[in-house]
Ligand binder design. Structure first.
Ligand SMILES: [Zn+2]
Length: 122
């Protein structure tokens, strides 16, 4: 796990990661449902799609749109266990701990708060 300021600085230097923006229906969904509801969905996605020790379709389990959390996951490299290892130094092959899950949620929350406020990193 990384310091969030360092992480967000690194993400903003990645062309691929910073290409993900919240727009259209996904942004409207966040604005209409509100952050707490959207984050409760994030908890569910983390538990089902990231936390298990073995994920048969790892690397393909997160759609690119259809929910603001999916976009946030790609933007912050919380999309799969491969990216969690590479970007966040979370070891693969073991179930995510409560601390890991809370960390991923905090990363997604920070990104979503920025986007909900209309903030886009240059
Ligand atoms: Zn990934």
């Amino acid at each position: 796990m990384r310091d969030l300021d360092d992480l967000f600085a690194a993400l903003s230097r990645s062309r691929f990661r910073s290409s993900f923006q919240l727009r259209g229906r996904d942004l409207a969904y966040l604005q209409s449902k509100g952050l707490p509801t959207v984050l409760s969905h994030a908890e569910d996605f983390i538990a089902k799609r990231l936390a298990p020790a073995v994920i048969p379709n790892d690397g393909k389990q997160t759609p690119f749109r259809g929910h603001p959390v999916f976009v946030a996951q790609h933007a912050t490299a919380c999309c799969c266990r491969g990216c969690l290892e590479k970007w966040h130094r979370i070891p693969p092959g073991t179930e995510l701990s409560e601390v890991h899950k809370a960390y991923v949620l905090a990363v997604l929350e920070r990104w979503l708060i920025q986007r909900a406020a209309g903030f886009n990193e240059a």
